[in-house]
Design a protein around this ligand. Structure first.
Ligand SMILES: [Fe+2]
Ligand SMILES: [Fe+2]
Length: 189
């Protein structure tokens, strides 16, 4: 499997949790309060799996190598992807600070949570499309076979560098529990 295929498989899991997040927001709108446990689990998944692990592989491993091989960074696709990762972190923070009061039914906090969630869902769905359709094919064109092998090793190393070795499994557990609860199709059977 190519490194970009690993990242695309991770995209499918991230999309699965984005679909669950959308259900969390729909449920919160009709109940007038947020399900705190589910909201916190989704944030944990997006922070650990999507941002630290997945975006870490892109930012620390794939993007620098693709840049070295000639893909523009500043003002180009890599710079745009990095910017979107940063915007996404802001949207997660917006959701996170609103969770306690939104789960008590505070209308302003719920509105703030819903706004953060909407921003994050729209941003990440479009971001994933851009990587799958534009940046990753570009990277595969310029990376040598040796680069691809080195990247696979670097990805393995990145996965093992979590403080808690159970992080990956724990995040997949969250993804599947939320999918089962909200009736969202699973990316992996
Ligand atoms: Fe990305
Ligand atoms: Fe990505």
């Amino acid at each position: 499997m190519k490194p970009t295929e690993i990242l695309m498989n991770e995209h499918r899991i991230i999309e699965q949790v984005l679909n669950s997040l959308e259900k969390i927001t729909q449920e919160a709108k009709s109940n007038g309060r947020l399900n705190r446990g589910h909201a916190e689990e989704a944030i944990e998944f997006f922070r650990k799996f999507a941002d630290q692990c997945h975006h870490g592989k892109e930012e620390d491993r794939l993007f620098p190598l693709a840049h070295e091989r000639g893909i523009p960074q500043e003002g180009g696709p890599i710079g745009q992807m990095l910017l979107e990762h940063t915007v996404g972190r802001g949207a997660i923070r917006k959701m996170d600070v609103a969770v306690p009061a939104a789960s008590e039914g505070d209308a302003a906090a719920l509105a703030a949570y819903l706004q953060g969630a909407r921003e994050y869902i729209d941003l990440l769905r479009a971001h994933i499309q851009k990587e799958d359709r534009i940046l990753f094919p570009m990277a595969d064109q310029v990376l040598t076979e040796n680069d691809q092998e080195n990247l696979l090793d670097a990805f393995k190393e990145a996965e093992q560098s979590h403080e808690d070795p159970e992080t990956h499994a724990k995040c997949l557990g969250i993804a599947n529990r939320l999918a089962e609860y909200y009736g969202v199709p699973k990316a992996i059977a």
